[in-house]
Every structure is written in structure tokens, then in C-alpha cells.
Design a protein around this ligand. Structure first.
Ligand code: GLC
Length: 803
């Protein structure tokens, strides 16, 4: 079954049925104001913080047909009454002859036709504006005049998202709406007071409204035995004009659109937003009402994305690869950068997560070519929640910068740090410097996080000092084998072994971070510091090589008693993917062991739908292991296909020169390559999910948790830097591809340090890698590094594999 198609020219995925297996979403706006819109028009919006300032009530756990946050009713007058139509399909389940939800960047466009009507709606948040705009155009397709009313509706959430669900008396007692008529425009504005009067939500439409409703009970009618599919108040001509001073507040407007002749259209916009004072809402309405204003606001969003995409575009023989790299993957990377793991259909933004140190440090690396300034700003925030001791707070709230120790808070005797968090930042900082050459960043002074102290009183240090403390922390924080202690967890959140356990993942991440840092110090000419860390690197490598090789792969952890997990000796969890891929990424594994470890992955962990995180899965709860054993075998971290870790394997394979294998691993999880086989997979084919059920699970192949996953950043890095091999470096742009032998070449347009590169790679002999020299604007350069040009011209870089 197909649910839609890729429209590459317009950078869109076109969903052609409202009935996708689960909701498929798109993002509008940013964390400053925005959220997501699903393929049936439902919307979850917030301003500044999903936990602390939520606007619409969107409950993902409700059945798909239910009302979620926002919709639009059209009332078509007929001789004997009226017919209700919802052009988003829900909640009336209106029959249609054509349905489209075009998933663009920052805008979702809905097209609904039912023989009598065509409704085209564009949903977006204008750049920098604190409101969502819905631009609605309705055309009469019937051969006779139609008399129409439009009733746009929103349902509010309490601003404190969690409170909404924890107190069913206090919350409704605090919610109230006032309505104001703007005499000049004839429109009604609803002001919903939900933020203790410090801010006000508003809802309005550009078309004059004759009545309104703000009480859900009155809107649905019959003590709410009227339904969203048939709100009884719509049986009457007008709404009740009820100003709700308590209760479940909604906003509903009655817009009489009058009689439309055949082919005649009507258009109006609705605005839902939040402002400091009521008059600002009118100002916004003045800015985004007319067709020209809407087009201009959309053009601004489009220009942002055109510039974003333009930084790097690829052309390869694989259409699904191109579709992901040219549109959907960079789009997802930007969304994960903006939202961390805070708000999606799956990560509900109730305050449990906020902005994650580990996740966002990785997300940063997916937007460097396109949004280096935003990446830097996020890195500064992250570094500001690193503790003076060198490890990091696990997460923080975007609006308050208040940080906490994540899930480890819930376990009193556990270590309250994660062993990997701070190390990701080393990779992010180096990647940022390679992309931008902004070495002054290293000297920028930032605070450390000291709970209870005002920011001005906290210790400060340069970015370099932050990194130094992080590396020294891990160097000191080791266990019985001299390997890094696990802390509460490493990358794998769900293996929480009792204190004293050691993590091979963190050992390898430490190695990879050291390698990058030593490279930077060498480039900066700081030989002493480089030698200091080189000694750490060699020593950690020696410990890993001495203790962690299990015979055909590396173990993944040692518990406090020194027993391995991820060993052939274990009954379950015998082999873990990250223990192998990262042994290659750290450079710790000898070639022989690297080959053997990746061979073991192929044999024991690969499936046609992706590589599993471990095998075999644990079969029951084991309190010593923690969360990993709460899943059935094959789910999530317990032997599921946890996609985030697949691109690391892709990169590891390219390190060994295995171009075919790297590409196969890439392709088997590329959702765009399975657009024809989404049954059983269920999720959006235009973004990566976090997880797919593994082959030990009866629902093998089922995907969940799309959008906010480290998979986005790493798949983008794996494809662009490692398969296509376009690698920014401190002093040039390296071209070091590792591609499938069947590709006869590819090309990449890339902006780097303000200069444009047209890179053309040929593969006439069917090789995987090896660029011995380049033609740079026709002149031969030995090696594979193109220089940085101090101009803004287009430079042609030609390479041929093996020649
Ligand atoms: C989730 C978390 C991430 C963690 C991963 C593996 O994706 O957001 O931080 O590394 O799970 O447990």
C-alpha cells in the first residue's frame, strides 16, 4: 500500500490519504513559537516551551478519528438542512474524492475535494511570528450555487502541559475567555487568559464573524453527548456567544461565507497565537490577512529553506538517496536541532526531557553546513550546563535554562551523571571548527552549571577549558579495568548497571573524542597538549584491547563484579552493535579485529530492515539491568533496530573501505526507499524513526518515534561525509568517498567557507574509494584535499576513483 509520493521539485512529500496507519506529522515554526501539524489538520502548538507554555490540547493517545487541537467545519446549506464537512477529514470523517497533505518545510498544504467543494488550506507559522496562520480557500465545484458557513475551532490546553492532566478541577477553574469585536474589521477576537495574565492566547479570523463559542460543553451540546463529528450547536444558525469563565475552553467562530456561484472561491485566514497584550493580536491580523501578505510570509519561509538546501545538494544514481539528502534529511536535522527530544507525536513535551545534552550535541553536527550560527548558539547553551567537574547535566528547559540529571534523578543511589554526555561536545566543537574556521570560539568564556548559584556567580571558563575538563573527567572516572565508569548510563539509556560498571561505548567515544581533539591541537600547533592526550589515547586503547576482545567481537560493558555483558558467555545480550562500530570509530581496533567485529555484526545483527542493537533480547525483567529488560525481545534497546546506531555502522564500514556494505546498511533503513512497502512499517517515509521492531518480535519491521532522533544527524553525516566523502577540514575540503562499486559516479554542490564547490566524482572502474589527486578548476593537485579559496566564485573539483 502506498500513502503518497515524493514531489522532489517542490521539496514535498504528498500524502494522498488521511488514513495513514498512524498520524504523520510536519513541523511549523520553531520552539520560539510553533509545534506540529498532523495529516488530518490536528495541531500541537506552544510558545517557548512545550512543558510550560502550551497552547493547544493535542492528545496523541486518543483514537485517530478524534479531535486534536484544531479543525475546520464547513456547513453546506441544503434544502432540508445542512451537511457538515471537515476538509481535514477528521473529525466528521467526510467522504472525499481527492485528499492531499503536502508536507513541505514549515508549511503543510491540505487539498480536499468531494465533488461539490475544493478546499485548499495552508498551515504555517510566519517567520518570527507568535502565531499559526491557516490560509483557507474554498471553491464551489458543484454546477449550482452553494451557501456556506465556515466554523474554525481550536481547543486550548492549560499552559502548564502536565497540569492539564493532573488536576481536573483547578485547571478548568483557571481557564477563561473573553471576546472582543473589532469594529473596524468586523471580526471577533478571542482572548483566552491562561498565563496568569502575563500573556494571552488569541484566536481570530479575517472574515467577519457573527457569533462565537468558547465553552466546549455548549459547543458539543447535550452535556457533551454531542460529538466532535456532530457538534449539536451547529444545528442552529449561530453559536451561543458564550464567554467561558471556566471549563474546557475552546475557540469557535461562525463565519457566514454566503452563496458561492459555480467555480467561485472564498478565502480567509485564521490566526491562533499568543501575545503580551490584546492589541498585538490585531496587529498580527493586520499583517497576515490578505492573500498578498500570506504569499509574502510563505515566500520568506521558502527563501529560508532554499538557502538552507542550497548549501549542499547531491546527485547520485539512487533517487531515494537523493530525495533524502536534498530535502528530507536536512529538514529533519534542522527540526531535531530546534526541538531536541522535546515535542513530537511521541515525545510529548510534558517536561520530562527538555533539551538533552547528549542528543543536542549530536544534532548540532547535522546542521553545520546550513546553520552554523544556530549550531553555535545551541552549543553555548549546552556548554553552560556542563558542571565544573567536567561531566554534564543531562538536560535543560529551553525557557529557563534550568538543568537536571535526567532519569537518574529517579534512582536515589545511582550515579547522577551519564558517562557519555560531555564527550559528544568534543566531536561537535571540532566539527564546527572544521566547517567554519571560527577558532575564536575556543576562547569564548561560558559559565559552568552550579545548581543554586545565580549565573553571574558561577565559575566560567573558555570553550577549550570546558572540553579539557570533560576529557579529564573521563580519564579519571574509571573502574577496575581502567575503563570509563558507566555512570547512570552511556548512550544506551536503558542499561543502568549498579555503580562500578564500566562502559566500552564510553571508552570508544572517549577515543574518538581524543582523536579529534589531538587533531585540532596539532593543527593549532600545541604539541605539548597533543602529546598529553595522545598518551591518554594510547593507554585507553591498550586497556580496551587487553580486556574487551571477546574472541569474535568486543564486549559492551563490565559489571561491578567484572563480568562482561555482550559476550558469547552471556545467555542474552551476547553481542551489541555499538561495541563493534565504535571500536572502529575510535580507531582502537586493529584492522584484523575491526574486520572480524563487523563480520560478526553482519552475521548476528543484520536484518533486511536494519541492524539490531543487540542479540538475543532479554526475555524478562532483570533489576540488575534496568530498563532494557522491560521491553520484549526485539523492541527498542532490547534487540530492536534502534536506527540511531545504524549510521555509526555505515561510517565504520566506510572506514574499512567497504563501500557496498556501507551503502546496503544505509539503504535498508532509508524510509524513502520503502515508500511502496509501508504496511507493517506504518510511519512517515520522509523522516527517520528512532526505532523499528527487530526480528525477534512478531511485528518485525514496525517503526515508531519519528522525527526527533539522532538518526537524522548521523544518517546525514554518514551519507555526506563518509559515503560521498565530502569532509570539511581545518584547512580545506577533503574528497574521500566510499561508494558502492555499481555507482559510476556522483556530484555534489557544496558551499564551504563562503565559497561554492562543484564536485564531480567519476568511478569508471567500479571501485569503492581512493582519490589520489584532484583537478581543481582544471589544475592537478596531489592528494584529495581541495583548498579554501578566499573568494565567492564557483570552483570545479573533479576526481576519479583510483586514477
Ligand atoms: C533515545 C534518547 C537518546 C539515547 C537513545 C538510546 O533516543 O533520546 O539520548 O541515546 O535513546 O537509549
Amino acid at each position: 500500500m502506498k500513502y503518497g509520493y515524493f514531489d522532489e521539485e517542490r521539496h514535498e512529500y504528498v500524502i494522498t490519504t488521511p488514513k495513514t496507519p498512524v498520524k504523520w506529522i510536519n513541523y511549523v515554526g520553531t520552539l520560539a513559537f510553533g509545534g506540529f501539524v498532523d495529516q488530518t489538520g490536528g495541531a500541537l502548538l506552544c510558545k517557548g516551551d512545550p512543558a510550560l507554555n502550551r497552547i493547544t490540547k493535542y492528545i496523541p493517545q486518543l483514537p485517530a478519528a478524534d479531535f486534536r487541537g484544531e479543525t475546520l467545519y464547513l456547513r453546506v446549506r441544503e434544502a432540508d438542512g445542512y451537511r457538515l464537512v471537515t476538509p481535514y477529514f477528521t473529525p466528521c470523517l467526510s467522504p472525499y474524492t481527492r485528499y492531499e497533505c503536502r508536507v513541505g518545510q514549515g508549511v503543510s498544504t491540505f487539498v480536499f475535494e468531494n465533488g461539490a467543494l475544493r478546499v485548499v488550506t495552508r498551515v504555517f507559522v510566519p517567520q518570527g511570528a507568535p502565531c499559526e496562520v491557516r490560509d483557507v480557500e474554498i471553491t464551489n465545484l458543484a454546477g449550482w450555487p452553494l451557501t456556506l458557513d465556515a466554523i474554525p475551532v481550536v481547543e486550548y490546553s492549560h499552559f502548564d502541559a502536565l497540569k492539564q492532566f493532573t488536576n481536573a478541577d483547578w485547571v478548568p477553574q483557571t481557564m477563561q475567555s473573553r471576546w472582543v469585536q473589532d469594529a473596524e474589521r468586523g471580526v471577533l477576537l478571542q482572548y483566552a487568559f491562561m498565563k496568569k495574565d502575563t500573556a494571552v492566547n488569541f484566536f481570530t479570523a479575517s472574515w467577519p464573524s457573527s457569533s462565537f463559542e468558547s465553552d466546549r460543553k455548549r459547543f458539543l451540546g447535550d452535556n457533551e453527548y454531542g460529538t466532535w463529528a456532530h457538534p449539536l450547536s451547529l444545528d442552529g444558525d449561530e453559536l451561543s456567544n458564550g464567554e467561558a469563565l471556566r471549563g474546557d475552553n475552546i475557540g469557535a467562530l461562525m463565519l457566514h461565507l454566503g452563496s458561492l456561484q459555480p467555480n467561485e472561491s472564498r478565502r480567509f485566514v485564521t490566526l491562533l497565537g499568543q501575545v503580551a497584550q490584546a492589541s498585538d493580536a490585531l496587529e498580527l491580523l493586520g499583517r497576515y490577512s490578505s492573500a498578498a501578505q500570506v504569499e509574502a510570509a510563505l515566500a520568506e519561509i521558502k527563501a529560508f529553506w532554499a538557502a538552507y538546501f542550497d548549501k549542499q545538494q547531491v546527485q547520485t544514481p539512487d533517487a531515494a538517496f537523493n530525495a533524502m539528502l536534498n530535502t528530507h534529511n536536512p529538514h529533519q536535522c534542522y527540526i531535531t536541532k530546534n526541538w531536541s527530544r522535546d515535542l513530537s507525536l511521541y515525545q510529548l513535551g510534558f517536561g520530562g526531557r527538555g533539551i538533552g545534552f547528549r542528543d543536542s550535541s549530536q544534532d548540532v553536527m547535522g546542521v553545520l553546513a546550513q546553520a552554523p550560527g544556530e549550531a553555535k548558539a545551541l552549543m553555548c547553551n549546552l556548554l553552560s550546563v556542563q558542571t565544573p567537574a567536567g561531566s554534564a547535566m543531562h538536560q535543560f528547559y529551553a525557557s529557563t535554562m534550568e538543568a537536571n540529571a535526567g532519569d537518574s534523578r529517579e534512582v536515589p543511589n545511582a550515579p547522577h551523571y551519564y558517562s557519555d554526555d560531555h564527550l559528544w561536545m568534543v566531536l561537535a566543537v571540532c566539527a564546527y571548527l572544521k566547517e567554519t574556521g571560527d577558532f575564536a570560539f575556543l576562547r569564548e568564556e561560558l559559565p559552568f552549571y552550579e545548581e543554586g548559584l545565580a549565573v553571574e556567580k558561577r565559575q566560567r571558563g573558555s570553550v577549550m577549558e570546558h572540553i579539557r575538563r570533560g576529557l579529564e573527567f573521563t580519564w579519571r572516572d574509571v573502574g577496575a579495568h581502567g575503563l570509563p565508569l558507566l555512570g547512570f548510563a552511556d548512550w544506551n539509556d536503558t542499561v543502568n548497571l549498579p555503580r562500578g560498571a564500566e562502559s566500552l561505548f564510553t571508552a570508544h567515544l572517549f577515543g574518538a573524542a581524543l582523536r579529534e581533539w589531538i587533531g585540532l591541537l596539532g593543527y593549532l600547533g600545541d604539541e605539548d597538549a597533543a602529546r598529553h592526550y595522545e598518551a591518554y589515547y594510547q593507554e585507553m586503547r591498550a586497556r580496551v584491547e587487553q580486556h574487551a576482545w571477546d574472541g569474535a567481537w568486543y564486549v559492551r560493558y563490565f559489571d561491578a563484579q567484572g563480568s562482561p555483558l555482550g559476550s558469547a558467555k552471556n545467555q542474552y545480550g551476547q553481542i551489541f552493535l555499538n561495541g563493534q562500530s565504535w571500536a572502529v570509530l575510535s580507531g582502537f581496533a586493529s584492522t584484523e579485529r575491526a574486520e572480524q567485529a563487523l563480520q560478526s555484526v553482519r552475521e548476528r545483527l543484520n536484518t533486511p530492515r536494519g541492524v539490531k542493537l543487540s542479540a538475543p533480547g532479554y526475555t524478562g525483567f532483570d533489576p540488575r539491568l534496568g530498563g532494557v529488560s522491560t521491553y520484549p525481545p526485539g523492541a527498542k534497546e532490547n534487540g530492536g533496530i534502534f536506527l540511531h546506531s545504524n549510521p555509526w555502522l555505515v561510517i565504520a564500514e566506510t572506514r574499512l573501505g567497504h563501500g557496498d556494505q556501507a551503502y546496503e546498511y544505509y539503504r535498508q533503513i532509508n524510509p524513502a526507499a520503502k515508500n511502496d512497502e509501508l504496511d507493517g512499517y506504518e510511519c512517515e517515509p520522509y523522516v527517520y524513526p528512532q526505532n523499528v521492531l527487530g526480528d525477534e518480535h512478531p511485528q518485525f519491521g514496525l517503526a515508531r518515534n519519528t522525527w526527533l532522533s539522532g538518526t537524522a544527524s548521523w544518517m546525514y553525516q554518514a551519507a555526506t561525509k563518509h559515503i560521498l566523502g565530502i569532509q570539511p577540514d581545518y584547512d580545506g575540503l577533503r574528497i574521500d568517498p566510499c561508494i558502492p562499486a555499481e555507482w559510476d559516479g556522483f556530484s555534489v554542490r557544496r558551499e564551504f567557507r563562503g565559497c561554492r564547490y562543484e564536485i564531480r566524482v567519476k568511478n569508471p572502474r567500479g571501485l569503492h574509494r581512493g582519490v589520489p589527486h584532484l583537478l581543481v578548476d582544471g589544475a592537478r593537485i596531489e592528494g584529495n584535499q581541495a583548498p579554501i579559496f578566499q573568494d565567492s566564485n564557483v570552483h570545479i573539483i573533479e576526481a576519479s576513483l583510483g586514477a
